[in-house]
Design a protein around this ligand. Structure first.
Ligand code: UDP
Length: 238
């Protein structure tokens, strides 16, 4: 089957990158992920990855006791940078051409995020890993993911989560919780039980009709299946 997506953005949280560990990065998992991404790239789909930083710091949690919110967010962004750098090396070690582009000034460690440069890398078939979110405080990498997907004309945002999609109620609490194959933006924004992405991210996706697939990326071939448009999680669209 032909891939319906020419270019996709995969959002990975820091917690996922920590894998079997409490914090930091699970390099073994990173290598597994590289092989999964390789299958997608080999089919000609261009891949952008937005990494979170929650395995190191989250601004909203860190702020306080003298640490300003802006500083806490800077620390959070540096956390995403650590993930992006590690993942870039891991991907390249697995034969996946990858570039880390940073939205915070960090010339010694990564290329700057420049729109044309990102496009050039993607057109050459390289995976682009975004570091530093969108580079501004008071945001999360979910919002940064939607913003970057719009900027780079991605066809879809694939948001990797621990559960395999959106449920009508919390599957951890209710045995009879049902997975929903499709959810509208409106439902995702209005229903407080649906907490897959923050409202700012969802609002931006809604405004620009950018589809979001919420799925478990850590299952074999799930990224490839999602790329083929197979139902592997929940699609949030009109
Ligand atoms: N952050 C930010 N601006 C951005 C992206 C991230 O200030 O554009 C900060 C924010 O403090 C956030 C932290 O970086 O909490 C780590 O990102 P996030 O919480 O989204 O990571 P995840 O939960 O996905 O691991």
């Amino acid at each position: 089957m032909d891939a319906p997506y020419k270019r996709l953005l995969l959002k990975l949280s820091g917690e996922q990158l920590a894998g079997k560990f409490e914090g930091g990065i699970d390099a073994e998992l990173g290598a597994w992920l590289a092989k999964e991404i390789k299958k997608v790239v080999e089919e000609g789909t261009q891949v952008v990855i937005m990494v979170g930083g929650g395995n190191f710091a989250r601004g909203a949690q860190l702020a306080g006791h003298g640490i300003k919110r802006v500083t806490a967010d800077h620390i959070g962004m540096l956390g995403t940078m650590m993930n992006a750098l590690a993942l870039t090396d891991i991907f390249e070690s697995q034969g996946v051409a990858t570039r880390c582009l940073s939205s915070i000034f960090a010339e010694q460690v990564a290329e700057p995020f420049i729109h044309r440069l990102a496009n050039k890398h993607l057109e050459k078939g390289r995976v682009v890993i975004a570091a530093g979110g969108i580079g501004r405080p008071y945001l999360t990498t979910d919002t940064a993911a939607v913003s970057l997907a719009l900027e780079l004309d991605c066809d879809v945002v694939m948001k990797a989560t621990k559960v395999d999609g959106v449920y009508d109620k919390d599957p951890a609490k209710f045995e009879d919780a049902k997975k929903l194959d499709r959810v509208t933006y409106q439902q995702a924004v209005e229903d407080n039980a649906i907490k897959v992405m923050d409202k700012a991210a969802m609002g931006l996706a809604l405004e620009h009709k950018l589809p979001i697939v919420v799925f478990d990326a850590m299952q074999p071939d799930n990224i490839l299946k999602a790329m083929h448009g197979e139902t592997v999680g929940t699609t949030i669209s009109n």
